[in-house]
Write a protein that binds this ligand. Sequence first.
Ligand code: ZN
Length: 294
Amino acid sequence: MKYSSHLILCFAAASIAFGQADPTSRSWNQPVPPFRIAGNLYYVGAVEIASFLITTPKGHFVIDGGFVETAPQIERNIAQLGFKLADVKILLSSHAHFDHAGGLAELKLKTGAKLIASTRDAELLRSGGHGDFRFGDTLAFPPVEVDQVIGDGESIALGDQKLVAWLTPGHTKGNTTWTTKINDGSSSYDVVFAGSPTALDYQLIGKESYPGIAADFEKTFAVLKRLPCDIFLSDHGSFFSFEEKRKRLTRGETPNPFIDPAGYKRFVIEHEKEFRQKVEAQKKAAASPAPKPE
Ligand SMILES: [Zn+2]
């Protein structure tokens, strides 16, 4: 999930049924044709809700399952690219919110793949979003069993392809940024799949939304700033100007518009600034409590 303005909509919609019943979510889930980003890395998600396929001769990775309603799109997209669902061996998650984890249960069922997630998000994936520190039980999704937990800086490999998990907590307690290297022709690229770094309407000072949330965000920005990045990707298309870059790539633009180290740096700086502004605003509000009526 991304915008605070979207919160109320989500509450209303997701408490009625799993998934994307409101217009904003539906607009985020519009299909786009799957395509190759670079080398063995493909886009298989919807227009705003991202999902990625990394193929290897030993089986494939899929990062994120979208909404419940995105899963069939992801399945079709994988097939359309000429790959077999049964060859997907590992499912990964950016974070356990209903717009990215909603489709994981179905994808797991259809592929037979192993789901790997961070310890703190594994809990939320298994509960289907129940007990979220901010949303309680209101943004539920189909629960999905996590087969293996992964720690900070640990990696998972299929053949020669290695993906590294970097814990970037705050947006969820176990929010994860994945990195890998993708070879394309004679070039090799550092790829970052940045987990959402947004603080939504969370309480970041005083009685924090969860104990340690502000320190978690501090850690997240320190980590994101450290990661080398050529190809910049994230869980929301708008974070990395997905539609614009997709159209430019489709037109055959070179160099590949997804190679965007400057865009990645901007993304991190802007989100850190937004986080600090939220902290400052909350400090100000706490220092000047509303006057008591006389
Ligand atoms: Zn989210």
